[in-house]
Design a protein around this ligand. Structure first.
Ligand SMILES: Cc1ncc(COP(=O)(O)O)c(C=O)c1O
Length: 427
């Protein structure tokens, strides 16, 4: 066992799955090679427990648009720490943030503040169920670990009552007929249609407009889960980027530079009905999250080029990386949007695909880059950083060029093969 494996072995005796979030579980990386624990971060870099510096291409799964330990955001937060973090009554900052959101997010006539993305999407679904007096939900993608959301996901629904699985129905992104079918199968029963407006797949053939039309035709509430796209695709989120305004939208991550807050925003007539449902939590309106969100939004407005930068830098990366992959005959493609490129490995065999990914991750790690196939770029990733990632990727491509049987690649792995996405424990 090397130092990293020993550390993980110890953590596994105290912390189930050795981490708190699926995307941070050791098995999702290269056990024995990937850094195991972080001591501090600055900008788009961090230092691990062994004192090594890495460039980060995940940005804590999305929040750190302005990088780790951003001076401006932290200054606002530190001032608030001195003034108190949570009170017995709402803080004055809640009104300021709600007003600011109304200025920048098209649907945000009113906003409610919670802590996690789970809470926001669950609050929005409960509100839709109350308003429509219907129980069923049509969804597309991931919206948090709560029962109604995760119940249809194979490998992740252990512990969810079977009965709840009958109330959630998945539709397929870019396939409006799959949504229409749910309304046909469950007439007058669907309370809400919830989806991420985009992720690695881009909407085609007016998909978002069609989803809105179908939802409204059948009397359902349209909810955009903007946990990833919000404040990342554009200041006003994907709804501004695509010009399709939902009834409700949920935000988190990029809005607040790493301090916890989640938001339900929406049209006044719908949001007012929150008076009638119970959506409440002790830390709702946590001042550090609220203050950080205000600062982040102001910075995005003041700098003016934050989202343009993320799109441009990420598009540049994808274009160059895809050229390198093609030149070296690799079965891999970077897809999606500049602020959130996704590496798609096109090797059909699941195990060999993971061997391939493990090798790519390993080589990035050995060159001082924390890599994930689900990348998040931020304002702190400048051309210098992107060119460094590309230089390392070029070298990786060169090493992979000519390998016909990826089984041979296994011998070049210096750590364990990555676990499938559904496996949580380290293997
Ligand atoms: C699209 C989407 N919705 C909801 C969530 C849940 O948010 P949280 O993890 O803050 O509860 C996530 C988290 O990754 C997400 O990506």
């Amino acid at each position: 066992m090397n130092k990293k494996e020993k550390y993980l072995e110890e953590v596994s005796r105290y912390v189930p799955s050795s981490a708190q979030t699926l995307s941070k579980y050791p098995g999702q990386f290269v056990i024995g090679v990937t850094p195991v624990a972080i001591i501090k971060g600055k900008g788009c870099y961090f230092w691990d427990v062994e004192g090594n510096k890495y460039m980060d291409t995940m940005l804590a799964l999305g929040p750190m648009v302005f990088g780790y330990a951003n001076d401006k955001i932290d200054k606002a937060v530190k001032k608030q720490i001195d003034d108190g973090t949570i009170f017995s009554l709402p803080s004055i900052h809640e009104l300021e943030l709600a007003k600011l959101l109304k200025e920048v997010v098209p649907c945000a006539e009113m906003s409610k503040f919670l802590m996690s993305g789970n809470e926001a999407t669950s609050g929005a679904i409960r509100l839709a169920r109350h308003i429509t007096k219907r129980d069923h939900v049509a969804k597309c993608g991931y919206h948090g670990f709560q029962d109604w959301s995760i119940c249809t996901k194979e490998g992740r629904s252990a512990g969810v009552p079977e009965i709840l699985k009958t109330l959630t129905h998945d539709f397929v992104y870019n396939d409006p007929s799959s949504l229409e079918k749910i309304f046909v199968d469950y007439p007058d029963k669907i309370a809400a249609v919830i989806l991420e407006p985009a992720s690695s797949e881009k909407p085609t053939d007016n998909f978002l407009e069609k989803v809105k039309e179908i939802a409204h035709k059948h009397g359902a509430v349209l909810i955009f889960d903007e946990m990833v796209t919000g404040f990342r695709w554009a200041l006003g989120g994907a709804q501004e980027y695509y010009g399709v305004i939902p009834d409700l939208a949920c935000f988190g991550k990029a809005v607040s530079g790493g301090y916890p807050i989640s938001i339900i925003s929406g049209k006044t007539d719908i949001m007012k009905r929150l008076d009638e449902v119970f959506v409440s939590t002790t830390f709702g309106g946590f001042t550090l999250g609220v203050v950080a969100a205000i600062e982040c939004i102001k910075m995005m407005r003041e700098y003016g080029d934050v989202h343009k930068h993320m799109h441009e830098i990420g598009e540049y990366f994808m274009q160059q990386a895809n050229q390198l992959s093609q030149k070296n005959n690799l079965q891999v493609e970077f897809v999606g949007y500049g602020p959130h490129p996704v590496m798609k490995v096109k090797i059909k065999d699941d195990y060999l695909s993971r061997v391939f990914k493990t090798f790519v991750y390993q080589e990035f790690n050995k060159s001082g880059i924390l890599f994930s196939s689900s990348m998040m770029f931020g304002y702190e990733h400048k051309k210098k950083e992107i060119d460094l990632i590309l230089k390392v990727y070029e070298e990786i491509c060169r090493k992979l060029n000519g390998i016909v049987d990826y089984k041979d690649l296994e011998k070049k792995l210096e750590g364990k093969v990555m676990a499938p996405r559904s496996v949580r424990a380290q293997q």
